[in-house]
Design a protein. Structure first.
Ligand code: ADP
Ligand code: ADP
Length: 224
């Protein structure tokens, strides 16, 4: 399923406090693409990712998944769509501290009243090196392990598309590299679309297609 991003703009605030965060961004994401997005702080990267993934709405423009215009429906429809089709990985791992790794991973399913698929959970845990960490609490895990739990949580509902907003931004380069290697491996093995924001050129270069944003203007980098 392709994603069409059609001339999306986003303006925050009103009157004299208006901030134009995104100006007519356009891109086509093909099923299975691995895309990286770079750009200076405040250039609109998170805004773009939030609108693509349905965490936020554009001021103008559309985002269509196949034939579905995701911002056309109600907030309720949008969150249902997001729960089933999209996984999101944050820079801060956003794990619930009182829940074990396993409970954090299956939380999206519980919120959607679905039963966890134990075999799939075990498969993800294996791919992410978490098999013997599932009963630990977040504070008993390293940063890299916590982010790998967050990766499993993003994948547990078997979404088609994974969005990651600086997933290695809070990690040292070794554990960041491990998280990225596992994410790339999973993308290939499970056939996911991956869109990632990063400040790290080496990570950006792992992607098949690279984009750059400056002052809300999105462009694709042509790799020669
Ligand atoms: P980046 O992810 O590249 O750092 P952002 O998308 O977070 O950039 O922000 C783009 C611009 O929009 C910045 O000027 C930022 O301050 C502004 N902005 C982002 N979110 C909000 C918000 N909720 N309210 C007001 N301004 C915002
Ligand atoms: P990053 O650049 O790492 O993406 P930011 O600090 O720009 O992180 O933004 C973190 C969150 O804070 C964003 O999701 C955005 O919605 C919100 N935000 C950013 N700038 C503003 C702002 N000027 N006013 C209100 N919220 C903002």
């Amino acid at each position: 399923m392709d994603i069409q991003v059609n001339q999306i703009s986003k303006t925050y605030g009103s009157g004299d406090n208006q901030v134009a965060a995104l100006n007519r961004a356009a891109m086509t994401i093909h099923a299975g693409d691995f895309i990286s997005i770079m750009g200076p702080s405040g250039s609109g990267k998170s805004t773009l990712l939030h609108i693509l993934s349905g965490l936020d709405r554009p001021t103008t423009g559309t985002v269509t998944y196949g034939k579905t215009d995701i911002h056309h429906g109600t907030d309720r429809e949008l969150s249902a769509f997001r729960r089933r089709k999209i996984g999101f990985i944050f820079q801060q791992f956003n794990l619930l501290p009182v829940l074990t790794a396993r409970e954090n991973i299956i939380m999206p399913l519980l919120l959607d009243r679905q039963k966890p698929d134990e075999a799939y959970l075990q498969k993800l845990a294996g791919l992410l090196g978490l098999t013997d960490r599932l009963d630990h609490l977040p504070h008993e895990l390293s940063g890299g392990q916590q982010q790998r739990v967050a990766v499993a949580r993003a994948l547990i509902a078997k979404p088609d598309v994974i969005f990651a907003d600086e997933p290695t931004g809070n990690l040292d380069s070794k554990s960041g590299g491990e998280v990225m290697a596992m994410l790339c491996d999973i993308r290939e093995k499970l056939g996911k679309t991956l869109v990632i924001i990063t400040h790290d050129t080496r990570i950006a270069e792992m992607a098949g297609r690279r984009f750059y944003i400056v002052d809300g203007e999105l462009s694709e980098v042509t790799v020669s």
